[in-house]
Each structure stands twice: as C-alpha cells, then as structure tokens.
Ligand binder design. Structure first.
Ligand code: BTN
Length: 333
C-alpha cells in the first residue's frame, strides 16, 4: 500500500539512505522533494518512531545512522522486483495472526499476491490447532493471498510450493542443507526452521481464495526455544552463527516464490513433485504417524500429486494419508 504520505515517506528515506552517515539539510530535503520543512520534520519523527536511528542537528539537518531490520513497507516494497507478488503489502507491528488477517482481507476482496506481514503475532496459529509462538523480531511471520481457482483436492499444492521455495532459498542463499518433513515443515539439520499453514475459502469444489502462511525462525536464540516447542527447533541465526537480515530473507523468499509459483501455474505440480521428493526428509523411511486419532506405522513410499503421503503399512497395504503428523522416523531426519 504505497499511496500519498507513504510514498513521500519512502522518498525521504531514500534520500537519507543515499546519504547514510552524512547530514542532509532540511532545506535540501524539502526543496528536492517539494515538501514543506514541517512535513520533512514529521517524516523524520515518524521514521524515528519506527526505529530508524537519526541524528538531528539545528544547522546541518538530519543524518541516518542505522536502519532497523523491520519488515515495514518502506523497506520491502521499493526493493521488490516481482510482477504480482507483494505489491499490495500490509505490515503490522503486532497482530493476532497474519493468516486470520489475510483471510479477512481476502474476504473483503484483497488482490491475488497480497502479502501480510507482522513483527509479532499474539495468536499465531500452527497446523492442527496448535499455537505458533511468534515473538517480536525473532521470526518472519508472513501470509500470502492466492486467487488461482484450484480443485479442492489440489489446495495443498501452493503450500508445498512455499516449502520447496524456502528449501531452495536456504540452499542457494545460505548454503544450508534443508529438507521437508511432510507435509510442510522445513528442517535444517533435522530441526524445524519453518512451518506452513494453509487456509482457504471455497465455492463447491473449487477454491475461491487461499491463504498460505509461513513462519520462519530467523533470529531466535537458543533460550527463545523454551516450551511449548513441540519439535526440536532451530533458527537461521543458530545455524549460521550470526543474526540474519530478516528483510533480505523476506525479499529473497518473495522473489523466488513468484518464479516458482509461476512455474507451478504453467507446468502444474507434477513437475515439482520430483523436486519435493528429492528434498523430503522422510521418503523411503520407516515412520510413525499420527493421523486423527489413529497412530500408523509404515514406510513412506512417496506423495500423490495432490500432496498426500503414500504409506506402506507393515501388512503390505498401501495407504494414502491426507492429514497427519510424522511423530518418529527411523534413523532420525
Ligand atoms: C506449523 O508448522 O504448524 C505451521 C506454522 C505456521 C505459522 C505461520 S506464521 C504466519 C502465519 N500466521 C499464522 O497464524 N500462522 C502462520
């Protein structure tokens, strides 16, 4: 959402960034951007309240000293080179759940490719009615709205494209060997680094819109992973030994995701299934699975094109599991 004041806000910020560490006078800012000096002052005050470190000097003007690692529109939208993803961009300092917010926005007509991001979630939702712990600044809490009509059984596919995209970004940008624990947990070194949650609204047998949310553990420290984490968890900062720029991770993810989603639309999920299987943390392994109230054991044979798990049970029968949670894997992940 870049209109009016938001646009001038970005322009003021851009001039300050171009002169990072140097003073820019209020007069030159005002005349260069054709704004009043009062309006410049208001923008400065606003930027400071967002966490930008700015020094003001009565004669010299304003100097940008540090940029916060926030996912605000000012930091993301001007750097997007996507064609349809993220140009409608909603950012919240704090919200219940970005998926809930995206569902509401989608019901009100928000465009395909709308992105909803929060610094903190107070009611972050995980799969199977679980809580997704979402403290401020630690993670990337992102939801995307898709309006591609899909037959209901294929509704899990975009979520799988999200998982596959993150695996590729982790491999290509950070050199991390990532894998996917069916259906959609992204693991690094056998520990959960990200989770994906899809919600939808449908008309009869076709989706009206889909909201796919992803929570990426970015700058968590070991002590942030106290209870109630259900699985061994990890974060980018822990795997890499240094904090990451959440902004850069988000931009890398959005760019890559648009390419992957376009490919998915053009060629179908069938071309992605082998890629998904290649990075699967469970394929060919002996598993224990919770599916509803049932606990099942068997070997993971593969996945259907809709994203269900094909399991060979000990009696030799093949079973297709649509919803479930992998509890244990022979030999670990
Ligand atoms: C899981 O592994 O259980 C799925 C976790 C999904 C968490 C993300 S964070 C952004 C979006 N908003 C939510 O409330 N949940 C998803």
């Amino acid at each position: 959402m870049m209109a009016g004041t938001a646009r001038t806000h970005v322009q003021v910020l851009q001039v300050l960034k171009e002169n990072m560490g140097r003073y820019v006078s209020g007069i030159s800012l005002a005349s260069g951007l054709q704004l009043s000096r009062t309006s410049i002052w208001k923008h400065i005050r606003n930027l400071k309240s967002l966490g930008y470190q700015l020094e003001s000097h009565p004669k010299e003007g304003y100097k940008l000293v540090a940029v916060p690692d926030l996912l605000i529109a000012e930091e993301i939208v001007p750097s997007l080179t996507t064609s349809w993803l993220g140009h409608s961009y909603y950012h919240y300092a704090q919200i219940g759940s970005t998926n809930d917010q995206a569902l509401q926005l989608a019901a009100q007509g928000a465009a395909h490719g709308t992105v909803v991001v929060a610094e903190e979630q107070t009611q972050g939702r995980g799969r199977l009615q679980r809580l997704w712990v979402s403290p401020a600044g630690c993670g990337i809490y992102l939801s995307m709205i898709f309006r591609t009509p899909l037959p209901i059984p294929e509704a899990p596919q975009p979520g799988m494209v999200v998982g596959l995209t993150l695996v590729k970004v982790l491999q290509e940008k950070f050199g991390l060997k990532a894998s996917i624990k069916w259906p959609n947990d992204v693991l690094v070194n056998g520990k959960k680094l990200a989770g994906i949650l899809a919600d939808m609204q449908s008309d009869q047998d076709t989706t009206r819109f889909l909201v796919v949310g992803i929570g990426i553990n970015a700058n968590y420290r070991e002590r942030d992973f106290a209870e109630p984490f259900r699985y061994p968890a990890t974060a980018l900062a822990l795997e890499l030994g240094a904090p990451v720029s959440r902004r850069q991770v988000l931009l890398d993810f959005l760019h890559r995701f648009e390419t992957e989603y376009d490919r998915y639309l053009k060629y179908g999920f069938d071309v992605m299934l082998p890629e998904y299987e290649q990075v699967s943390a469970i394929l060919g392994k002996q598993l224990k699975i919770q599916s509803g109230k049932e606990e099942l054991s068997g070997k993971a044979l593969g996945f259907t094109r809709e994203g269900a798990l094909r399991l060979r049970e000990s009696d030799g029968q093949e079973r297709v599991i649509w919803v479930g949670d992998v509890l244990r894997v022979e030999g670990g992940f």
